[in-house]
Design a protein around this ligand. Structure first.
Ligand code: ADP
Ligand code: NI
Length: 229
């Protein structure tokens, strides 16, 4: 069995039954979207194996469920790839992508240097927005027993990763703190194009949400107007 097939088995087993928004279905979507972006971007020299391994292993261990420890994820990926006798260069590249992939607050840059990293980061971000992103945000909010919406709790533009990590905001605020910002942080042309469609879907959803809740004059509803075109 090659390393990609072995990694599919490994990750699939590890994630069966996970209900926090980090499930095998998320990994599979990120994997498939990554391969689609790889094809659409069509940059010769991009390593398909690095894209596949980084997509499959990117959420192996999550700091959100690990007392804020963001070393655990890349280390777990490194241990796995080492056990598969993968070459050190590939391991290093994959782990570097995993270390940098996550959104860490509105004011925190998360640069990606390599084409492989750009592709997988875009695929992960696409899965946080649009219809699937809305569903995942509320699934996560429920898992964390967060309020869906409270007009008196305002969104916060986090300037540091540690402030973002301890945030206890409502799920609607998460759209303003992260989800609506992702479109402008996409790396690839095809990723950006898809993000624009998904952004429109989230804006429609939020407009309707505020209307149905009679919250059209909340500061969140007013903030939303800045994102409407
Ligand atoms: P990703 O897998 O895209 O890196 P995260 O690991 O940050 O995303 O989070 C997993 C999912 O949970 C994403 O869809 C994300 O938007 C959502 N999520 C993260 N934090 C919150 C929050 N505070 N409220 C609601 N949803 C959240
Ligand atoms: Ni992810």
């Amino acid at each position: 069995m090659d390393v990609v097939a072995a990694t599919v088995n490994f990750v699939q087993n590890k994630f069966s039954g996970e209900a926090s928004g980090h499930d095998w279905a998320h990994i599979r979507r990120v994997y498939e979207t990554s391969l689609r972006l790889l094809e659409q971007e069509d940059r010769p020299g991009t390593s398909r194996k690095v894209v596949e391994l980084a997509a499959l292993l990117h959420d192996l261990v999550d700091w959100k469920f690990n007392d804020g420890d963001d070393h655990a994820g890349p280390e777990a990926a490194e241990d796995w790839l080492t056990s598969q006798h993968e070459d050190p260069e590939t391991i290093h590249h994959v782990c570097r992508i995993i270390r940098r992939i996550s959104f860490k607050g509105a004011g925190v840059p998360t640069p990606m240097e390599t084409e492989e990293g750009k592709i997988v980061q875009d695929a992960d971000r696409l899965d946080a927005i649009g219809a699937i992103g809305i569903a995942r945000a509320f699934a996560y909010g429920g898992f964390k027993k967060r309020e869906m919406f409270n007009p008196d709790i305002l969104p916060e533009m986090h300037e540091t990763a540690s402030r973002y990590k301890v945030s206890q905001s409502t799920t609607i605020n998460h759209f303003f703190e992260k989800l609506l910002l992702l479109k402008d942080r996409m790396n690839t042309r095809s990723g950006k194009k898809e993000a624009e469609k998904r952004q429109q879907m989230m804006i429609k959803f939020l407009q309707q949400f505020f209307t149905e809740c009679h919250e059209e004059s909340s500061s969140q509803a007013r903030e939303l107007r800045k994102f409407e075109m």
